[in-house]
Design a protein around this ligand. Structure first.
Ligand SMILES: *Cc1c(COP(=O)(O)O)cnc(C)c1O
Length: 228
């Protein structure tokens, strides 16, 4: 297998300008992250709040940490003081909690609304109706410590590339619709977080602005505890 630095370089070189690479380091030791850091990578993603907080403590403070997976409301407090972006917002309740915790730190936390576009039932995310309800709620109108900057989604885990492409197109249509109806005058609403190791090339072709790549950089994960 290639080194982490080689993998990073290969992937980063393949991305068009303007597409951010989030190196997904979940389950990987601090040493692996340091190797990527020394190769120049500064943006990392984790899917568990406590693991993220532990790694934040011991690693350089110029790392931009993204929380990418399903997040329980009672875990928001572990990351609210420093997290650069929360990708997996899939309920009003979660957004309310992020707003409340961010306020304690006098911060505004950038967030992405997660949509369910895959065939798999197990994946998390909003549908359009739920998103509208959230965006039209009085509670959201009053939030001052969160900023919705786009959408995030995961395609079905399948070899059927046409299906994956369709799902990414669906997410892009959702992005466009929300942009037009709710964020037309908000320049910060610009992120389309889609694409992982197996499908980031398709995602980029379909307009992704952020790819979340783990195993293609760090190698396969040892354990596959509840991923989402
Ligand atoms: C684990 C994970 C990734 C990265 O997956 P790889 O297949 O290892 O690239 C991306 N996004 C989310 C939400 C994840 O949980």
């Amino acid at each position: 297998m290639n080194s982490i630095a080689e993998n990073l370089k290969r992937i980063a070189d393949s991305l068009p300008e303007g597409v951010k690479l989030v190196a997904v380091s979940k389950t990987k030791p601090v040493e692996a992250i340091e190797e990527a850091y020394n190769a120049g990578q500064r943006v990392f993603g984790e899917n568990r709040a406590q693991e993220l907080a532990e790694k934040y403590e011991v690693l350089p403070k110029d790392i931009e940490w993204h929380l990418i997976g399903h997040l329980q409301t009672n875990k928001v407090k572990y990351v609210a003081g420093f997290v650069a972006m929360i990708h997996g917002v899939e309920s009003l309740k979660l957004l309310e909690t992020i707003d409340k915790e961010a306020k304690k730190h006098n911060r505004v936390i950038p967030c992405l609304l997660q949509f369910h576009v895959a065939k798999e039932e197990t994946k998390f995310g909003l549908n359009m109706e739920e998103a509208r309800e959230l965006l039209e709620s009085e509670s959201y109108a009053n939030m001052k410590n969160v900023r919705i900057e786009g959408v995030m989604g995961m395609a079905t885990f399948t070899d059927d590339l046409v299906q994956v492409q369709e799902e990414f197109r669906h997410l892009k249509r959702i992005f466009n619709e929300l942009k037009q109806q709710y964020f037309a005058d908000k320049s910060e609403f610009k992120e389309l977080s889609m694409g992982m190791s197996g499908d980031y090339k398709i995602a980029v072709e379909e307009g992704s602005t952020m790819v979340r790549v783990g195993s293609s950089i760090f190698g396969a994960r040892q354990y596959k505890a509840i991923e989402n």
